[in-house]
Design a protein around this ligand. Structure first.
Ligand SMILES: NC(=O)N[C@H]1NC(=O)NC1=O
Length: 174
């Protein structure tokens, strides 16, 4: 993919290609499409980030709520999006033993009970052990700090998904 082609996209094409750079939130790229033309991939990433930053707290919580639990029910039922499946399996979350699965379910449940949204981390920048450690640590955060951390992780996931789409043309500040 290259930016010239992206700038020629109809909104339908744009959503088709970028609709899941923020997990299950095609509304975000549907909104930023109108900011075409983008100078480069980084410009598109910044538009997405700014849209998210300008959302009220409820909107940011909504984005987090669109994310599947790590190693949760959707993974078990093979209902993850293609991107999420690749990310979770890359971090070793599809190969948990019985004890680890029990523990991650417990932590995910505690986390959701405390914050009202799921624990989100960029699995591709992590691994199984780090994810368990982060889940334990972040459970102690206060809700606003945790909302900020979760959203920063969403941006990291988005960055890597954009990088995949623009393979060969890295998403970096020009
Ligand atoms: N809950 C959560 O972090 N989900 C995700 N993380 C990631 O890298 N891909 C996801 O779907």
């Amino acid at each position: 993919m290259n930016i010239t082609k992206v700038n020629s996209f109809s909104y339908e094409e744009f959503i088709e290609v970028f609709g899941n750079v923020i997990e299950k939130c095609p509304i975000i790229c549907a909104a930023v499409w109108s900011q075409q033309p983008f100078s480069n991939p980084f410009d598109l990433e910044v538009a997405i980030q700014e849209f998210i930053d300008n959302l009220p707290t409820s909107g940011k919580e909504g984005i987090l709520r669109c994310h599947p639990d790590l190693a949760g029910g959707e993974a078990l039922r093979c209902q993850l999006t293609t991107e999420s499946q690749k990310e979770q399996s890359g971090a070793g979350l599809t190969l948990l033993d019985g004890t680890e699965k029990f523990r991650i379910d417990q932590l995910n449940t505690q986390y959701k009970e405390k914050f009202g949204f799921p624990f989100v981390i960029c699995a591709r920048m992590s691994d199984k052990n780090k994810i368990f450690q982060q889940l334990n640590e972040r459970l102690l955060n206060d809700p606003m700090a945790e909302l900020r951390t979760g959203i920063e992780e969403v941006k990291k996931i988005c960055h890597l998904r954009l990088h995949d789409i623009f393979s060969g043309s890295p998403v970096t500040k020009p």
